[in-house]
Design a protein around this ligand. Sequence first.
Ligand code: NAP
Length: 393
Amino acid sequence: MNQPLKQHLIDPEICIRCYTCEMTCPVGAITHDDNNVVVDAANCNFCMDCIPVCPTGSIDEWRVVTVPYSLEEQFSWAELPVQQDVGSESEQIEALDEVMAALLADAHKGAGGKAKAPASAAKPSVNLYNIGKPAIAKVQGSYRLTSEDSGTEVRHIILDFGAQPFPVLEGQSIGIIPPGVGADGKPHLPRLYSVSSPRDGERPNYNNIALTVKREEHGTCSNYVCNLRKGDEVSVAGPFGATFLMPDDPSARLLMICTGTGSAPFRAFTMRRQRMAASSGDMMIFFGARTPDSLPYFGPLNKVPERLLKKHLVFSRLPGAEKEYVQDRMMAEQEAITELLADPDTHIYICGLRGMEEGVERAFSQIAEGIGEHWETMRDAMRVAGRYHVETY
Ligand code: NAP
């Protein structure tokens, strides 16, 4: 029997037959007759180039099938067929694909438009493992990063994939599948965590990765992950994400803004740059936490030389000090940020709490205004060039 697969379709009831998708498709998978515009399942490579150019949204239709609909069938349609029942495992795979894609798309929406990878980023591997066929990783270690009395438990967890290929790039996420079922009786869907180690492994040239996870009071997955101990086995989906990646161009300059565990991908970026033999462009980080002892990796971070990484560690609940957020420090450092904004080699990354977006955007707007620029125009141009990235939850 054929394996279920996801087929790209176009909704004939909504399509206005402008043929923009057909002209855009780089592999010639879209065609038409007098009746409909259709997608050839044998050619479509899911590159998604056709999705943003469609003026109606009719292009964004998907069905899980065991046998793909032929061109002749699609030409004859007046409306899309309903989703066939293709068995519970494929339904789970479809649900996983859609949930993971939707979660990441939602996390990236603060960029103000379609996210794009840096031009020099390496090509990521995605969706190698899923809920039906997870990778099984072994816990190599779990270490508390925050002090016992900080009130925040953030852990550094190292997962080893043994002989299973699990290639990741800095900035990608993986899905941890907690065991058991939810209140609805269905197996838990994976929860996304950013990989906080570089592409060549937490330990160089080992097939292992690190995660940075905060224990949430009622969090099913965060408690599961934070309770894992050395030797435990974990089901992992992914890798996920093809846009929140670092430039491979060593001269690129990175401006990174994060809160709490949103620092995970920036640890990976920094370690990648530290391990690169050639001298690389400078990096600047604005990193917000409540106190130094609740700031993940406070000690190791302070050891990274300032010439590689200019650090602005910002604390919101330091006894005896005024509350300070990352956006406040950005305003205090507006000269340095202005200089970075003017440089076409600068890439901006924002990661962490969704609530920070508004303040960070406001800071960028004020800094841009100060040099007679319109921030949204600048930001959109940077995003289109793959130089502006947001991942917030
Ligand atoms: P947190 O400890 O709750 O907060 C970190 C700091 O951000 C605190 O100083 C907090 O100040 C401050 N903050 C709160 N509201 C803010 C605002 N509007 N603007 C600027 N700063 C603000 O952070 P967390 O729980 O670690 O959360 C990090 C976020 O990153 C989560 O949403 C998580 O999902 C996301 N994330 C995690 C990963 C991962 O791999 N684990 C990866 C990517 C993103 P006060 O509390 O004093 O107000």
